[in-house]
Design a protein around this ligand. Structure first.
Ligand code: AG3
Length: 285
């Protein structure tokens, strides 16, 4: 008997993955959590039916959400990560010795526990002593903070269900306030390709542009996400994501990455014409 997992990417397109076995299935207070083992993609985590990561391609997402801001901001000491209970972003952050403190606000304790048990290659940084985990809604957590972080990473789910609040104007305003005067916020920005995702992308972009003086979008190829073409947002109070990139400083660290390079960093901000057009529509105020 063959077992297949499918995620609909639109009402008329889906991604199907052959599964060897289901390692975990549970219902938390917030969402349904599943972990599967597959021959092609390794283990993968699914929340409410949506693929959050696979062992095969998670390096792309996590390297791009962490190393892009880290190669721009010259002195990151204090970081807030919102969502990301799987630990992938934390694994990349702990490679930087100058980071003194990482606060992680994850609404769902069960996601952290399941990933610790079934996805050790992703969650392996979660025991770092600089990490402080807060099991609460990121929106509420960041509301209380002021002038505290150099970098905020918003590693949310899609803009519905438990992640919805992390795409609001109020949330981006709170992030602005929680950042120091040269702080940077990076977020997962959805895909520009299918219409419903493109709408979500534009909505988020408009709100970020309204909240930060510098707001740029960059891209990566993530094969298991809808359309495989994914965007990230770089919002900042002072640093420009390309002009303030310090390639030499980053390369001198000797970090071992499989996707990110400072050369790719520059190219990632060069977007296809149709994406530029989508974004421009909401940039004009
Ligand atoms: N967060 C973004 C996942 C979005 C995927 N969407 C989808 N499959 N429809 C990923 C969390 C990884 N730390």
């Amino acid at each position: 008997m063959e077992l297949w997992f499918s995620e609909p990417h639109t009402p008329d397109v889906k991604l199907s993955v052959r599964v060897e076995k289901q390692l975990y299935s549970g219902e938390s207070e917030f969402q349904r959590i599943d972990v599967f083992e597959s021959p092609e993609l390794g283990r993968f985590l699914v929340l409410d039916g949506f693929v959050m990561l696979t062992e095969k391609d998670e390096f792309i997402y996590h390297e791009m959400i962490v190393h892009v801001p880290m190669a721009v901001h010259p002195n990151v000491h204090s970081v807030l990560v919102i969502g990301a209970g799987d630990g992938g972003a934390v694994r990349e952050l702990v490679k930087y010795p100058e980071i003194e403190r990482i606060d992680l606000a994850e609404i769902d304790r069960q996601v952290v526990e399941v990933c610790r048990e079934y996805l050790p290659r992703v969650s392996c940084g979660m025991n770092d002593e600089r990490l402080h985990i807060y099991y609460e809604d990121g929106l509420k957590f960041v509301r209380r903070k002021e002038n505290e972080y150099d970098l905020i990473i918003v590693d949310s789910t899609d803009p519905f269900g438990p992640g919805e609040g992390l795409f609001t104007k109020e949330f981006y305003g709170s992030c602005y306030k929680a950042l120091r005067e040269d702080g940077v916020m990076v977020n997962q920005h959805e895909s520009p390709f299918y219409e419903a995702d493109a709408m979500a992308c534009m909505r988020a972009h408009r709100r970020i542009v309204e909240s930060f003086p510098i707001s740029r979008v960059y891209q990566a190829h993530i094969p298991t996400y809808p359309s495989g073409h994914w965007l990230f947002g770089f919002a900042s109070k002072r640093y420009h994501p390309v002009h303030d990139l310090d390639s030499e400083r980053w390369l001198a660290r000797g970090l071992d990455t499989r996707y990110y390079t400072p050369r790719l960093h520059q190219g990632a901000f060069c977007l296809p014409a149709y994406v530029e057009k989508l974004l421009r529509k909401v940039e004009i105020r």
